[in-house]
Design a binder for this molecule. Structure first.
Ligand code: EPU
Length: 344
């Protein structure tokens, strides 16, 4: 079924809670709707939106916004493996909770993550040592350019850090995702490498289960991240910068001069001699943790997150705060922060 709404206010469709309208909102509930929608949008500017948890509407959107409400979930088993073909409009955390209750391993580390199944593939969402790419088996889409259904396997999705083929300039919004198939397991396959997750999970005596890991993850998230239904935010606003060794060394030299030789710059070594530096650390060090700019703020518990803390922030206030953070980090460390959040 297709639902069309003209001049639709999208405040409720973006977790940053920015007031922005689109010219036409189109919601669809099944694959059969897509050939019809393809004709409806023919030649018009359009975007595809999931749960709106990774976007910043910088102004009203003068075009069509497509949203999937395909909500069915099909389950198939092959030995220990469980294949869940999940409608692109399914809320990720609802899915994760159901999987944990059923005893399926694979999604538990992503517990509490906002957003919908379709966007999980576009964005290759990740948290606490797991990325969507680790469990995505295939992605089914409607190709709005060639008007046909197409299925991409994991490799064809070209997943990378918060990246997939669906974000490439030449394919952006070309494919309307209808189903994402996740490959989970009934065999215990916990991923507990992140920080002190292992100690947290093993310290309980309740028996070992995906539900237990889920609870530990939710506790960690709640301790640091704002609840999106209470405080407007889009999760991590910036990517963690990946820099060459010499840039990392420069950050260390600057830090040692400023805060003493004991100052340790957290880092994760990556292939090709690259280093990932946590943006949260850089932002904290330039003194912006908890910084307030009108109705926008740098979250006081996790500075990677920008929030609409009063619920009244305009897009401009968020953009100004983004610029303040980027400039301060660049002036201090010579590191360019890149937004993780899509600007529309
Ligand atoms: N840190 C600070 N100060 C702080 C918080 C963190 O210096 O106030 C430093 C610490 O050194 C810490 C490091 O930052 O060890 C990394 O922090 P954390 O592990 O909490 O994660 P993150 O790098 O800040 C990433 C993802 C999150 C995901 C967490 C947990 C990105 C852009 N963000 O954040 O994803 O939940 O890891 O795995 O990669 C999202 O994408 O929206 C998101 C929330």
């Amino acid at each position: 079924m297709i639902t069309k709404i003209e001049n639709h206010p999208m405040r409720g469709n973006n977790t940053m809670r920015i007031d922005a309208d689109c010219s036409l909102w189109i919601d669809f509930t099944s694959e059969e709707d897509l050939p019809v929608i393809s004709q409806l949008i023919d030649g018009k500017p359009y975007i595809i939106l999931g749960g709106g948890s990774n976007v910043l509407f910088t102004a009203d959107y003068n075009g069509v916004v497509l949203h999937s409400s395909i909500l069915d979930i099909n389950v198939a088993f092959n030995n220990d493996k469980v294949y869940l073909k999940v409608g692109s409009g399914v809320n990720m955390d609802t899915l994760i909770e159901q999987c944990c209750k059923a005893g399926y391993w694979g999604l538990e580390n992503l517990s509490g993550i906002p957003g919908e199944a379709g966007a999980s593939a576009v964005q290759n969402i990740g948290a606490y040592g797991v990325e969507a790419k680790d469990i995505i088996y295939e992605v089914r889409c409607y190709d709005l350019l060639q008007n046909k259904f197409v299925t991409f396997n994991n490799a064809q999705c070209e997943f990378d850090y918060r990246w997939s083929m669906f974000k490439r300039d030449d394919t952006r919004y070309r494919y309307a995702i209808t189903y994402v198939t996740f490959e989970l397991s009934q065999k215990a396959e916990p991923k507990l490498e992140y920080s002190n997750l292992k100690e947290k999970v093993l310290s309980t005596t309740d028996g070992f289960s995906p539900m237990l890991v889920r609870q530990a993850i939710l506790d960690m998230r709640n301790a640091k991240l704002p609840a999106v239904d209470e405080i407007g935010s889009a999760g991590s606003f910036f990517k963690n910068p990946v820099v060459p060794q010499d840039s990392y060394k420069r950050v260390c030299d600057i830090s040692h001069k400023k805060w003493g030789i004991d100052c340790h710059v957290p880092n994760y070594l990556l292939p090709e001699n690259k280093v990932k530096i946590p943006a949260a650390w850089l932002i904290e060090k330039v003194g912006l943790k908890g910084y307030v700019h009108g109705n926008a703020a740098v979250w006081h518990l996790q500075p990677l997150v920008l929030v609409n803390h009063t619920g009244k922030a305009s897009a401009d206030e968020i953009l100004e705060l983004e610029a303040i953070v980027k400039n301060r980090v660049f002036d201090e460390f010579g590191i360019i922060l890149e937004a993780e959040v899509d600007h529309v």
